[in-house]
Design a protein around this ligand. Structure first.
Ligand SMILES: [Zn+2]
Ligand SMILES: [Zn+2]
Length: 131
């Protein structure tokens, strides 16, 4: 069973089933919310996401009609989004919040129209430019 938590540890949860449909979302909303080039989400039925602690610390932000993004109000970690019109009973969780090893067979890149131009500029280079 997968377990996850936010940066400060107040919010923790577990997943009763293996999440599916893993995607790196490069949309502007995910970029802004995560402060990152993209956000990786995987989906599971809402009933299979169980909060162990800190559910009351989650703040909801409605980024577009019906879509709610939840994050820890203490540390700002993004945990989940839901409200897809096609899959109203499903929730997507931020894969990077998992504490257990999750190694999906495939990952899809979506919304590449807004892919950050600075993403993987140094592809293939090993080491640091800061030494
Ligand atoms: Zn937190
Ligand atoms: Zn997105």
């Amino acid at each position: 069973m997968h377990k996850g938590s936010c940066l400060c540890g107040a919010v923790s949860f577990r997943l009763r089933t293996e999440p599916k449909a893993v995607s790196n979302c490069h949309c502007r909303m995910c970029q802004k919310q995560h402060g990152a080039a993209f956000a990786t989400y995987a989906s599971l039925p809402k009933a299979d996401l169980e909060y162990v602690s800190g559910q009351e610390q989650l703040t909801s932000y409605y980024s577009s009609e019906g879509v709610v993004r939840k994050f820890c109000s203490i540390c700002g970690s993004n945990i989940e989004w839901s409200g897809s019109k096609k899959f109203p009973d499903w929730v997507s969780i931020a894969v990077a919040s998992l504490d257990t090893r999750f190694d999906p067979k495939s990952v899809k890149d979506i919304h590449l129209e807004s892919r950050a131009c600075w993403l993987q500029k140094n592809e293939g280079q090993v080491g640091s430019d800061y030494t």
